[in-house]
Design a protein around this ligand. Structure first.
Ligand SMILES: Nc1ncnc2c1ncn2[C@@H]1O[C@H](COP(=O)(O)OP(=O)(O)OP(=O)(O)O)[C@@H](O)[C@H]1O
Ligand SMILES: [Mg+2]
Length: 420
């Protein structure tokens, strides 16, 4: 297992930086949240890319320090998330044969699993990328039997199907640099949707097949799960900020920091997607407090619904294009934009599947109510993914108890990828 030290999980979102100080309670095998803080995100663009390392490091430092003060912790390590905008995904297969033993069918040994994974990881990826995660989609024995862990199973052939993700080395480096400039040690960097999924998506939903959609401010990211594993991730470059700017356009008011903030507040206050008082006026006040413009509730709701439905439609189209919808049994939402009242009904209309909204489900005192909201799923997921340690990827689960740390095994395997 990775060290169960105190860590700060940092979600560098395009609207907010969120920091969660977490520890691990060994007795109850549960993550404990000791403090949190969030701050406005000014130096991250709509694709989740950092635009000013030094300025971001300053604001990041403030957010992490504040969270640490609340938690009464000093100099913790940081784990941080990366959006999937610039990543490459590779599906790769590693078949190997298992020799018979004394005339009887052979048995899968750790060495066979290692060989299959090594064969599957024989891919080429761009020279300016690094492998950031490897997920096992399937182990298959004798071309037919799908198993979770093939260790000690009888058979003559083992196949492993991997989903390998590479990310630009520069994106990874710049995140690391920001954290170091902020005065902290960067322990690890994970992909946001993979980490968030460990919190938002139950094992049941993974096994049955589902899509997890994280609806942020500028980005909507989705992961399709089938037979227990992520098989595809995608993103739509739209989110809650687009709802806000559509509303601003409907008010016909010039766009500025003040008008956008005022409309964003109205959006959160009147976030019901159902038109119950169609003619009620929703007034946008100017900074001086005077009425500036108004929309009827009907107009207001229509603008929000149109944009949100467009986002769902784009996700739906991408999933359909990749022929993945048939096996998807439910939809799980997270992210701040999943806070709209009535979002599950709207999403259900588009996908025709049951929809739920995930939160971190942290138990504890009053502070927990503030982080048990859909926009904290990614930060909590990053902490959870970190504490999963060796269990993080099923690819490496089978190496348990083999001696030596799994991190070294992972590093070995990652090191063997070819850059092409
Ligand atoms: N109560 C609410 N009702 C509707 N929208 C909300 C509510 N609370 C927050 N939002 C919206 O959620 C968005 C922020 O969500 P989140 O914190 O998940 O984004 P982020 O992680 O910063 O951005 P991204 O993931 O796109 O980089 C904003 O657009 C905000 O207006
Ligand atoms: Mg986000």
């Amino acid at each position: 297992m990775a060290g169960r030290n105190t860590i700060v999980a940092v979600d560098l979102g395009s609207s907010e930086i969120k920091a969660l100080v977490c520890g691990f309670d060994e007795d109850n095998a549960r993550i404990t949240v000791r403090g949190y803080h969030k701050g406005e995100s000014l130096y991250i663009d709509e694709k989740g890319r950092i635009t000013d390392v030094n300025s971001l490091a300053l604001s990041l430092g403030t957010v992490i320090h504040e969270a640490c003060n609340i938690a009464g912790v000093s100099s913790p390590c940081v784990v941080c998330g990366l959006p999937i905008t610039d990543i490459n995904q590779y599906h790769s297969t590693g078949p190997i044969s298992i020799p018979p033993e004394k005339g009887a069918p052979g048995q899968v040994k750790r060495e066979h699993i290692r060989q299959a994974i090594e064969t599957a990881q024989n891919i080429r990826y761009p020279g300016d990328h690094e492998i950031i995660d490897i997920l096992v989609e399937d182990y298959i024995i004798d071309n037919s039997k799908r198993v979770q862990n093939p260790l000690d199973m009888p058979g003559s052939r083992l196949d492993v199907n991997l989903l390998i993700c590479s990310a630009p080395s520069s994106s990874i480096m710049v995140v690391r640099k920001c954290i170091e400039k902020a005065g902290f040690f960067c322990e690890d960097i994970f992909l946001n949707p993979i980490a968030a999924g460990t919190v938002a998506v139950s094992s049941y939903a993974r096994e049955k097949g589902c899509v997890h959609i994280d609806m942020g401010a500028s980005l909507t990211t989705f992961s399709v799960y089938q037979k227990g594993s992520i098989i595809y991730m995608g993103s739509v470059p739209e989110g809650g900020k687009f709802v806000t700017s559509d509303l601003l356009a409907a008010y016909r008011v010039p766009s500025s920091y003040n008008t956008l903030s005022a409309v964003d507040m109205l959006k959160k206050r009147y976030n019901k997607l159902k038109i119950d008082k169609a003619n009620e006026e929703i007034v946008l006040q100017s900074v001086s407090g005077q009425a500036e413009a108004s929309l009827t509730r009907e107009q207001f709701v229509t603008v929000m619904v149109d944009r949100l439905d467009e986002i769902f439609e784009e996700v739906d189209n991408d999933i359909k294009k990749n022929r993945l919808l048939e096996e998807v049994d439910e939809v799980i939402l997270s992210g701040g934009t999943a806070r709209f009242a009535g979002i599950t009904e709207l999403c259900r209309k588009r996908f025709g599947k049951p929809v739920s909204v995930a939160t971190p489900w942290v138990t504890g005192d009053d502070m927990m109510a503030e982080i048990n909201v859909p926009e904290f799923v990614t930060a909590y997921g990053l902490a959870n993914y970190y504490y999963l340690g060796d269990e993080r990827s099923k690819a490496f689960r089978s190496y348990e108890n083999e001696g030596g740390t799994l991190r070294n095994v992972i590093r070995d395997i990652f090191g063997k990828f070819k850059r092409g």
